[in-house]
Design a protein around this ligand. Structure first.
Ligand code: G
Ligand code: G
Ligand code: MN
Ligand code: NA
Length: 254
């Protein structure tokens, strides 16, 4: 309860700079940065730097997740504008959203407003959804996703392979990208069966015209293997950990 009160405070105008976004780059096979995922951190006044696992569940239970998501979207768009003014154009940032966002009729108007206000192309924003959230697959969610996608925003399915009836969603969701969950990448060198599962996911994604991201690439061997199997992009500690915005901007410049 105290944490909930503190989070409410952090999200209010007096919250100062407690909430922070770190950015984890996604690399292509030439080692170039293609995009980055925004990852939330909370610099709590007494508890120190909290990872999202320690407050996202609370935000979901308390309903604060909507306001938190709005804060993330606004912060990313302001950041993109700053980078653009500094000569770093056409950066794409992926944002994690939770299921309540896709039931919120305010989501698309908000995206329109903040991208227009900051002079951002919708293709610079990618929204990550998880399978469990699409599970609550109402027509409303599907309809919202379709409209967001028509507007030019990108959609990706996150943690792919960990949810239930995952395959069903692929056939009707308007997706651009599939992110293979890191558990598959971390096991793929253990044996031919594990490798075959990753190969199958990639083949499926490709046949649907999706871009494929390997998450959680930690070793050179995993990087070679996912490249060999045809993944388009890699995101993982081998190449870069999530980093503050200023550090990410420096990485973009070289
Ligand atoms: O950074 P870390 O590995 O601790 O992230 C853990 C989880 O928190 C990830 O599954 C990630 O999707 C989630 N997460 C990180 N940032 C955000 C955010 O801005 N919004 C939501 N809803 N989830 C986030
Ligand atoms: O669930 P989601 O994919 O949004 O989670 C992203 C989280 O995964 C980030 O918080 C990030 O810290 C974590 N992550 C990114 N790369 C790696 C990696 O190579 N290994 C591990 N263990 N975690 C990673
Ligand atoms: Mn994610
Ligand atoms: Na993921």
């Amino acid at each position: 309860l105290r944490l909930e009160r503190d989070l409410r405070q952090a999200l209010s105008a007096e919250g100062g700079d407690e909430l922070i976004l770190h950015y984890q780059p996604q690399f292509d096979h030439h080692g170039r940065i293609h995009a980055a995922e925004a990852l939330l951190r909370w610099q709590h006044p007494t508890l120190g730097l909290l990872p999202p696992g320690q407050f996202i569940p609370l935000a979901e239970e308390s309903g604060l997740i909507i306001v938190l998501g709005i804060w993330v979207i606004r912060t990313v768009c302001r950041q993109l504008r700053q980078w653009s003014e500094a000569g770093l154009q056409n950066v794409t940032i992926a944002i994690n959203l939770a299921s309540p966002h896709f039931l919120d009729p305010g989501l698309l108007p908000l995206l329109d407003e903040v991208t227009q206000a900051n002079g951002i192309d919708p293709r610079q924003i990618e929204l990550e959804l998880t399978e469990s959230m699409v599970m609550e697959d109402s027509d409303l969610v599907r309809n919202t996703l379709a409209r967001i996608h028509e507007r030019g925003f990108l959609l990706s399915i996150d943690d792919f392979g960990t949810g239930f009836s995952s395959l069903r969603h692929l056939s009707f969701l308007p997706l651009d990208t599939l992110k293979i969950d890191r558990s598959f990448i971390q096991n793929m060198l253990e044996g031919p069966r594990q490798a075959a599962v990753v190969r199958g996911i990639i083949a499926l994604a490709k046949s649907l015209g999706l871009q494929v991201v390997a998450e959680g690439v930690e070793t050179q061997e995993q990087a070679s293997a996912v490249r060999h199997e045809g993944c388009d992009l890699m995101q993982g500690f081998l190449h870069a950990r999530p980093m503050p915005a200023e550090t990410f901007a420096l990485r973009l410049k070289d």
